[in-house]
Write a protein that binds this ligand. Structure first.
Ligand code: GDP
Ligand code: MG
Length: 453
């Protein structure tokens, strides 16, 4: 007797890369493709994410049989809608990320830039495997576009010198990835995908290479992540992407579920500014079905249950203090409640803490960014006394001034996307503000070095 095969869930895909290299355009193109090619009735609407069904990927990659031999067992791919570092940081999970795989977008004509290298660091830090989309191939001099064709088709139709130009650019990217300590090659020349980063030449504008990119994302995740993607029938697990106030719904949280089933009457446990929040779901929402991409995305419809992976909006009492980047767990029996509350509390304590180290005070706007900053400071051997969420308080000033008396260079407050509480007199405490994590770290390092020397 054959055991029933376990269902696989959608891999969660994120897009990172340097500014202007085409992250948003690529996501729009993928979304647009999914809407045009999906079967009637196939659901693609999600909150904070976009679902591309496997039927679409199979249709697109018909010409790529060689690459995608197997029938897809995963139901599709779930793309996180907002690209970039800071958003990625809130997809945190203890010791990693809920993102299963990433697309690192690189403008093939510009090659690696500062944020490209940073993206690799961030992905390595959270142990997320990635593919490189070498974007804007339509800008290669002499390129003749063939809309929405697989790369493996369109490349054969280009003149020899254009093919060579593309390969030289791909080779530059291979060299730059090597600087980050990784092997890479053009995807169609790779034999062992566990040892090489695949580079897929694409154009987010003409759609060329998108079929190859989707086929590879689906094929590789299904092949190498079976265990991670095996769907658990139990209560849902997720992470809070954003905390919002929505017209008519009050305070809500946008959540990416990566495991289990969420039901309308579930009790949920999540992290809040003032401690653990245990509450009961009032409603689960997804956007109203889109007939076309131009309809407003902000018209929600209520659903009774949802299976991971998915992006949903949740309304419940007490969510105004919810923490972006916090885990959220559904509870199916009272006997688990305490255990789950403790688990989340423990996890939050790793990220938000007060201790007596002679180190700096860090204040950030979300759990994800706070964790990313503290990790970066650890790497630079800069001690941290306070790591917390929210605007700078009187207590933060006090903590910094205590440290300043012993070690002036560490008597500072690092502020990421937060302000001082209204009416607070900062006195002579040094506060370093920045909205970009690496810039904040650079500024802190510089300040400390200046005082030490
Ligand atoms: P992001 O900052 O990484 O999100 O980059 P955007 O998606 O905003 O793209 C930056 C600019 O590059 C925009 O003007 C896009 O229209 C353009 N762009 C993006 N992808 C392509 C592409 O494949 N080909 C061409 N020619 N332009 C592109
Ligand atoms: Mg963008």
């Amino acid at each position: 007797e054959e055991a029933q095969a376990k269902r696989l869930r959608q891999p969660i895909v994120v897009v990172l890369g340097h500014v202007d290299h085409g992250k948003t355009t690529l996501l729009d193109k993928i979304r647009g493709t999914a809407v045009v090619r999906k079967e009637p009735g196939e659901m693609t609407q999600e909150v904070g994410a976009s679902f591309v069904p496997s039927s679409v990927i199979e249709k697109l990659s018909e010409k790529l049989k060689k690459m995608l031999q197997v029938k897809l067992e995963i139901p599709g791919l779930l793309f996180i809608d907002t690209p970039g570092h800071e958003y990625f940081s809130n997809l945190r999970k203890r010791g990693g990320s809920i993102a299963d795989i990433a697309i690192l977008v690189v403008d093939i004509n510009e090659g690696f830039q500062q944020q490209t290298f940073e993206s690799i660091d961030i992905l390595k830090g959270r142990k997320v495997p990635f593919l490189v989309a070498a974007n804007k191939i339509d800008r290669i001099p002499g390129w003749k576009p063939f809309e929405n064709e697989p790369f493996l088709e369109t490349i054969g139709k280009q003149k020899k010198d254009v093919q060579n130009r593309l390969d030289n650019q791909v080779y530059d990217i291979v060299t730059q990835i090597a600087q980050a300590g990784l092997n890479a090659d053009r995807f169609d020349r790779i034999k062992d995908f566990t040892k090489n980063v695949a580079i897929i030449p694409v154009s987010a504008k003409t759609g060329e290479g998108i079929p190859d990119l989707l086929a590879l994302l689906a094929g590789l995740t299904q092949r190498f992540m079976k265990e991670r993607l095996t769907f658990a029938e139990g209560p849902a697990k997720g992470v809070i992407l954003e905390v919002k106030e929505d017209l008519g719904l009050g305070h809500t949280i946008d959540v990416i579920l990566y495991d289990g089933i969420l039901r309308k009457n579930d009790q949920i446990v999540l992290g809040g500014v003032n401690g653990i929040i245990t509450t009961k779901i009032r409603g689960i929402f997804v956007p109203k079905p889109l007939q076309d991409m131009k309809l407003s995305k902000y018209d929600f419809t209520s659903i009774d249950e949802v299976y991971a992976a998915a992006g949903v909006k949740i309304s419940a009492p007490g969510l105004e203090d919810a923490l972006a980047g916090s885990p959220i767990y559904a509870v199916n029996s009272e006997s688990n409640l305490k255990e789950i509350e403790n688990k989340i509390e423990e996890e939050l304590k790793q990220v938000r803490f007060y201790n007596s180290v002679e180190g700096i005070v860090v204040k950030a706007d979300s759990l994800g960014t706070l964790e990313a900053i503290v990790t970066a400071l650890n790497k630079e051997n800069i001690p941290v006394r306070v790591a917390d969420i929210g605007n700078i308080s009187k207590r933060d000033l006090m903590e910094a001034s205590i440290v300043a008396q012993q070690k002036k260079e560490y008597g500072i407050i690092a502020a990421f996307r937060v302000k001082t509480q209204t009416g607070l007199d900062v006195g002579n405490i040094k506060i370093i503000y920045d909205d970009i994590i690496y810039q904040l770290i650079e500024d802190i390092k510089k300040y400390i070095d200046d005082i030490k020397n």
